[in-house]
Design a protein around this ligand. Structure first.
Ligand code: PSU
Ligand code: MN
Length: 312
């Protein structure tokens, strides 16, 4: 095992016994939601995964250790510290670990640590992507590069239109990342079920998602897979209202000269403030929805590899 990695005992035995495990990120806890809703949501998401028959492994960096599986106290600690915890992407890992610092893992670093631990399925809310205006800023999330190189299935609710969704899809195509719509042909846009952009493939069942991921990995293609799961209809938001909030947030970010790793947290926080509590409620529901799907896919992946073991 990697000497920088701590796997929680419950997660380790599930991995060793080939029982389903689902990874969860911690940027959504420290940077994505206010306290105490962040902690409440993180614990609810873990419980949803347990109810779906899988073991949750929330991922973070604590005291310079890469953690796969957190205690409730550790989740509370990350939630309380909030933005004081560094947002940790791939480039941040060397210095944070060497310093013994804490880090909230993004999609990128959650994938890295999940893969180190042997976890194949990861549920989150939204991913980073190609920002609007990237033709001049070159602001492209490291999440896309990680999807291209690390063998983890990421289940999200699509991407927010704080991003250029068309360019995000182009980037993923170039880097060979399959973009799957769960029960849809259209890329969902996080708060809304539709974006006007097509996914690569529509897949309708957790079994079939597991089969596609297994084929990708067994062929040795490497890299990950992006599964986009639309927000349940009853929690989806009015696209006119949400897009107006996004446009306003982007205008403010430009006016204030926000850049680099601050861009995404700034835009997310402003969209949330402009739309009030509604977007937070939707955000929580779509994460729970993704957790349910992830538990089921993890179950089917585990069953499939048991069957292979029996046949050997
Ligand atoms: N988009 C969302 N919600 C999020 C994030 C993005 O809708 O919580 C977070 C995730 O942790 C993601 C990160 O991995 O922001 C991407 O940051 P950046 O764009 O700086 O790569
Ligand atoms: Mn960026």
């Amino acid at each position: 095992m990697n000497k920088y990695l701590d796997i929680a005992p419950e997660v380790l035995s599930a991995i060793q016994e080939n029982r389903p495990v689902v990874a969860l990120e911690s940027t959504i806890i420290s940077h994505g939601m206010p306290y105490p809703q962040n902690v409440e949501t993180a614990l609810r998401v873990e419980q949803t995964i347990r109810d779906g028959g899988a073991v949750p492994a929330t991922i973070a960096i604590i005291g310079g250790r890469l953690k796969a599986g957190l205690s409730h106290d550790e989740i509370e600690y990350l939630g309380r510290k909030g933005r004081e915890v560094a947002k940790a992407s791939r480039r941040d890992l060397p210095v944070l670990v060497a310093r013994g610092a804490d880090g909230a893992t993004t999609v990128t670093t959650t994938m890295i640590i999940a893969a180190m631990a042997g976890i194949k399925v990861f549920a989150t809310g939204g991913i980073g992507g190609v920002h609007r205006g990237a033709e001049t800023t070159m602001d492209i999330s490291a999440d896309l590069e990680e999807l291209a190189r690390t063998p983890v299935m990421v289940i999200c609710a699509g991407a927010k239109s704080i991003l250029d969704l068309g360019l995000t899809l182009e980037y993923l195509e170039t880097h060979g990342v399959p973009v799957i719509g769960y029960g849809t042909e259209e890329l969902p846009a996080f708060y809304t079920r539709r974006s006007g952009f097509k996914v690569d493939y529509r897949i309708d069942t957790p079994e079939d998602l597991a089969a596609a991921f297994r084929a990708q990995q067994e062929m040795g293609l490497g890299g990950g897979m992006l599964v986009t799961n639309p927000i349940p209809e009853e929690y989806s938001m009015d696209p006119v209202r949400i897009n107006a909030a996004i446009d306003q947030a982007i205008a403010e970010a430009t006016a204030r000269g926000i850049r680099g790793k601050e861009t995404t947290p700034f835009l997310l926080a402003r969209v949330k403030d402009i739309t009030g509590g509604d977007s937070l409620a939707s955000n929580i529901q779509l994460v729970l929805n993704n957790a349910r799907l992830a538990a089921s896919v993890a179950f089917h992946l585990a069953v499939g590899s048991n069957a292979l073991n029996i046949n050997k």
